[in-house]
Design a binder for this molecule. Structure first.
Ligand SMILES: Cc1cc2nc3c(=O)[nH]c(=O)nc-3n(C[C@H](O)[C@H](O)[C@H](O)COP(=O)(O)OP(=O)(O)OC[C@H]3O[C@@H](n4cnc5c(N)ncnc54)[C@H](O)[C@@H]3O)c2cc1C
Length: 256
């Protein structure tokens, strides 16, 4: 079945951090956009020609039903690639085709505590999740960013701590021995106290850091069952999204 395509119009853009641009999308196409109940709601953006689009995946950071628009936060990472470069230069009035939203996670209000971690690419989903939590929620949030200037404030309940982990440079600019399994996010999460009770876990971001650095810790060492842990890579250093999809397929095949 053909997927439903929504065409949205860029309303305005704003730089929320040196390496992140928020694009507000609305227009008449918003009437056919169906918001998701999940806080990790994501859309597929289709760039280029209709016959051979280049597809990129992005979180719906927020939906504003009054303004009739959605916001998407794009990590801008130089000239390489399609979506980041598009967000950096796009102007109000331009349109973009998208499908979705999909999604699968929202913080379980019955969880004893929440653990959320990721890099800039997961910051929109983490921020949306934390914003949806009740005032008495308990948890720990870890976000790896380039430095203090790259922090985008997260509004969190009093019982949810937010720790910013500084890697010292943009994600694509650090050496291999400071990324992946060696990403400072991995050490920060592994070194944090493990709270009492059943957690609900959400960890996404650079694929090596997440899948090799943190997933074994959460699933095997801490014994969190798959149903209580949303863990996946959002992108992969040195690969385009197409190359990353191949990496994911290979990983899944090797594990099965
Ligand atoms: C469910 C889901 C939700 C996502 N939500 C968001 C979101 O809200 N915001 C967001 O920014 N990203 C998000 N991502 C990640 C995003 O889809 C990828 O980063 C994507 O590869 C960017 O496309 P591009 O065209 O800019 O670069 P590509 O053409 O895919 O890649 C070109 C080069 O840029 C590098 N690169 C890609 N992403 C990054 C990055 N984040 N930092 C540094 N270098 C990078 C690649 O390794 C490659 O070398 C999400 C991914 C998934 C699966």
């Amino acid at each position: 079945m053909a997927r439903k395509i929504t065409i949205l119009t860029v309303q305005r853009t704003e730089r929320v951090a040196p390496g992140m641009v928020r694009v507000h999308l609305g227009g008449t196409g918003f009437e056919t956009f169906e918001p998701s109940v999940f806080t990790d709601a994501y859309v597929k953006l289709h760039f280029g020609s209709e016959a051979e689009p280049v597809t990129r995946t992005y979180t719906v950071r927020s939906v504003d039903l009054e303004q009739r628009e959605i916001a998407i936060d794009f990590v801008v990472h130089g000239d390489e690639g399609v979506a980041g470069a598009w967000a950096e230069s796009v102007a109000a009035g331009e349109t973009v085709r998208l499908s979705g939203p999909g999604g699968a996670y929202r913080p379980d209000p019955t969880a004893d505590w929440h653990l959320l971690a990721g890099d800039e690419s997961a910051l929109p989903a983490i921020a949306a999740a934390v914003a949806s939590m009740s005032a008495d929620a308990v948890g720990q949030v870890f976000v790896e960013v380039a430095g203090a200037q790259a922090e985008v404030p997260i509004v969190a309940p009093a019982g949810v701590s937010v720790t910013w982990v500084h890697r010292g440079a943009a994600a694509g600019e650090v050496a291999d021995d400071e990324a992946g399994r060696h990403a400072p996010l991995v050490a920060a999460v592994r070194g944090a106290p493990w709270l009492a009770g059943e957690p609900h876990v959400f960890i996404h971001g650079e694929a090596q850091a997440v899948m090799h650095g943190l997933r074994p810790y959460i699933r095997k060492e801490r014994g969190v069952p798959a149903a209580r842990a949303s863990i996946s890579g959002y992108w992969r250093r040195g690969r385009t999204e197409e190359g990353f999809r191949t990496w994911k397929r290979d990983l899944a095949a090797a594990e099965s």
